[in-house]
Design a protein around this ligand. Structure first.
Ligand code: ITT
Length: 208
C-alpha cells in the first residue's frame, strides 16, 4: 500500500482576511497579534454577518462552523477562534461551554457569575489546575480550511483579580507567573496565552 501523502497546508495569499468573531476581547487580541501582517483585517460585524449557532461539541467543530459561515457570507477567507477554559477539578468544564456559563436568557453575558460558578463547583478542591484552549480555523470560500490549536496551562485563583482582558482572565494564573491574566497588559498576556500560541502555529502553517 502506498504511504498516505502529507497534504501541504494552503497558504493565505489574499489582501483581506475577515476575523469571524463577535467577541471584542478576542478581536482586540487578534488585531494586536496580526499587526500589519495582512493588508486588511476586517471583522464579521463590518459585513453585518451574524454569529451562527455553535452547535458543535468540540472546539474545532465550533471554530469551523464560525469560519465557514463568515467565508461563505463574505466571499473572503475567514479566521475563527473557538476557545474556552478547562478546569481539571471539574472534569474539563466549562470547556466548549465557557461562554454559555455566562449567559442567562434576556441578559448580557455575565462573567462575574460564570467565574463564581467555577469557584462554587470547585468547592475547595485542592486541585486548582486549569488550561485555556484556542482552536483557530482559517476557512476559504471554496470550503477548504486549515486548523491549529494552542494551550495555556495554569491554575484557578479566588477571588478574581484585575480588570484587564476579558472572560475568565481574572481567575486564571498562568504557570510561571503569580498574576492573573486580568492583571497583565495585553502585551504580557499575548506573550504566552493559548490564542497567541495557536496564532504562531497558524502563521507558520499558512502565512509564511
Ligand atoms: P465568538 O464565538 O464570536 O468568537 P465567543 O465569546 O462566543 O465569541 P467562544 O464561543 O469561543 O467565543 O467562547 C469562549 C469563551 O471562553 C469566551 O466567551 C471567553 O469568555 C472564554 N475565553 C476564551 N478565551 C479567553 C481568554 O483569553 N481569556 C478569558 N476568557 C477566555
Amino acid at each position: 500500500m502506498e504511504p498516505a501523502k502529507k497534504q501541504t497546508p494552503r497558504k493565505f495569499t489574499g489582501d483581506e482576511l475577515v476575523v469571524a468573531t463577535h467577541n471584542k476581547g478576542k478581536l482586540k487580541e487578534l488585531r494586536e497579534l496580526f499587526g500589519d501582517r495582512v493588508q486588511k483585517l476586517s471583522a464579521a460585524s463590518d459585513y453585518g454577518v451574524e454569529a451562527p449557532p455553535e452547535t458543535g461539541t468540540t472546539f474545532i467543530e465550533n471554530a469551523l462552523i464560525k469560519a465557514q459561515a463568515v467565508a461563505k457570507a463574505t466571499g473572503k477567507p475567514a479566521l475563527a477562534d473557538d476557545s474556552g477554559m478547562c478546569v481539571d477539578a471539574l472534569d474539563g468544564a466549562p470547556g466548549v461551554y465557557s461562554a454559555d456559563w455566562a449567559e442567562e436568557p434576556g441578559k448580557p453575558r455575565d462573567f462575574g457569575m460564570a467565574m463564581k460558578k467555577v469557584h462554587t463547583l470547585m468547592a475547595g478542591n485542592p486541585d486548582k489546575k486549569a488550561h485555556f484552549v484556542s482552536c483557530l480555523v482559517l476557512a476559504w470560500p471554496d470550503g477548504h480550511y486549515e486548523t491549529v490549536e494552542g494551550y495555556a496551562h495554569g491554575s484557578i485563583t479566588w477571588p478574581p483579580r484585575g480588570d484587564k482582558g476579558f472572560g475568565y482572565d481574572p481567575i486564571f494564573v498562568p504557570d510561571g507567573d503569580t498574576r492573573t491574566y486580568g492583571e497583565m497588559t495585553s502585551d504580557e498576556k499575548n506573550a504566552t496565552n493559548h490564542r497567541a500560541v495557536a496564532f504562531k502555529l497558524m502563521m507558520a502553517k499558512c502565512f509564511s
